[in-house]
Design a protein around this ligand. Structure first.
Ligand code: SF4
Length: 365
């Protein structure tokens, strides 16, 4: 893709990066790309195929839909089936399977489930349907949380009491710590998530370099960004350094986005959260603060706790922890394809299994 579509300058730059990678990759180096958007960009541009065999890229837990635990999925399906509720959600969630069905099937049975493109759309639906309870499914990382926080502030200011959010938001630093502490995970360095770090800055992830000696580069999402990020990581190894650096300077700043951080801080508080395949991670989720409890769907609807098992045979948990390449899942490409997905990693546009299936040609690491 890169070679076919790039301009002359892009191709020249890519060749420079690839030649530097070649000369620096004197021994094996495994890099985890944390973000699902990186996974898609790497597969789409066939970057794995361009790298020398000593540089291995593995995918991590950076797809928010994929890491949403089966119990949370069953919980929001239960809520969406309630009478008088309009469920609003981003499109990626529609086909994610719960224990028995997904939102699409529930909608076919008559539930009012609407795909929205922003929380503003969800607020507007609430304004136009005062006799209904409009719930927004809050799934995402630090990138999504600020706009959801602002929607709750707007609802409170307007007295829009028929709007609420079911917050299943997750934050990235605690899962990075879990990965760094995993003795089975063989990763030398990280391509850190550009958009998450554009919000939180680099301070919350500096422990990866300082405590665990795992260098990271906050990287953008173009093919050249990713190649440059890899070069920066290899240069760190060559110089014996372990730092968190920024490649994605045009968007991510060292201090992040103070306005977005403050909006999240005003509305959310850290809570323990369950991640698919990784269990309960302390302080890795965002719950809604007491001041906004009237707009917290969890409290408003007194939702019961679900303890749902993982999908039988699906290896999403192992894929998300970087322990296996999606192709190592026995169902990959056979019973599980983007048209007939079994697990969320094959449903979501940012899921590793979907990205590998759609774009990658390589036979697997
Ligand atoms: Fe799950 Fe399908 Fe991926 Fe296997 S290929 S891990 S079943 S999503």
């Amino acid at each position: 893709m890169l070679m076919k579509k790039g301009s002359k300058e892009t191709l020249a730059k890519a060749e420079d990066y690839l030649s530097e990678i070649q000369s620096l990759a004197v021994k094996p180096f495994t890099i985890m790309e944390v973000c699902g958007t990186h996974t898609v960009a790497i597969a789409k541009n066939a970057l794995r195929e361009l790298l020398p065999p000593s540089v291995r890229l593995i995918s991590g837990p950076g797809c928010p839909v994929c890491v949403t635990d089966s119990s949370d999925i069953d919980r929001y399906l239960f809520l969406a089936a309630q009478p008088n509720v309009i469920t609003t959600t981003f499109g990626d969630m529609i086909r994610v399977p719960g224990s028995e069905k997904n939102l699409q099937a529930l909608r076919a049975e008559g539930a009012d489930i609407r795909v929205v493109y922003s929380t503003q759309d969800a607020l507007e639906i609430a304004r136009k349907n005062p006799e209904k309870d409009v719930v927004f499914l809050g799934v995402g990382f630090e990138t999504t949380a600020p706009t959801v926080a602002v929607s709750l502030e707007i609802a409170k200011r307007e007295g829009l009491n028929n709007y609420s959010v079911l917050s299943m938001h997750k934050i990235v630093p605690p899962v990075l710590r879990l990965l760094a502490e995993d003795p089975e995970l063989d990763v030398d360095a990280f391509l850190d998530p550009g958009h998450v770090c554009a919000i939180i800055g680099i301070k919350p992830i500096e422990f990866m370099a300082k405590e665990f000696g795992k260098p990271g580069v906050v990287t953008g999402f173009e093919a050249l960004d990713i190649l440059e990020g890899i070069v920066m990581l290899l240069r760190q190894r060559a110089e014996g350094r372990s730092d968190i650096e920024i490649q994605y300077h045009r968007v991510a700043k060292a201090n992040g986005n103070p306005h977005a951080k403050m909006a999240v801080e005003r509305v959310f508080r850290p809570v323990d959260a369950s991640w698919r395949g990784m269990g309960l991670i302390p302080a890795s989720g965002l719950g809604i603060r007491e001041e906004f409890s009237a707009w917290d769907a969890e409290r408003k609807f007194s939702l019961p706790a679900f303890h749902s098992p993982d999908i039988p045979g699906c290896q999403c948990g192992e894929v998300l922890k970087g322990r296996i390449n999606p192709r190592k899942c026995p169902l990959y490409g056979k019973r599980c394809t983007p048209l007939k997905p079994i697990g969320p990693c094959m449903v979501s546009s940012e899921g590793s299994c979907a990205a590998y299936y759609r774009y990658s040609q390589r036979s697997g690491d």
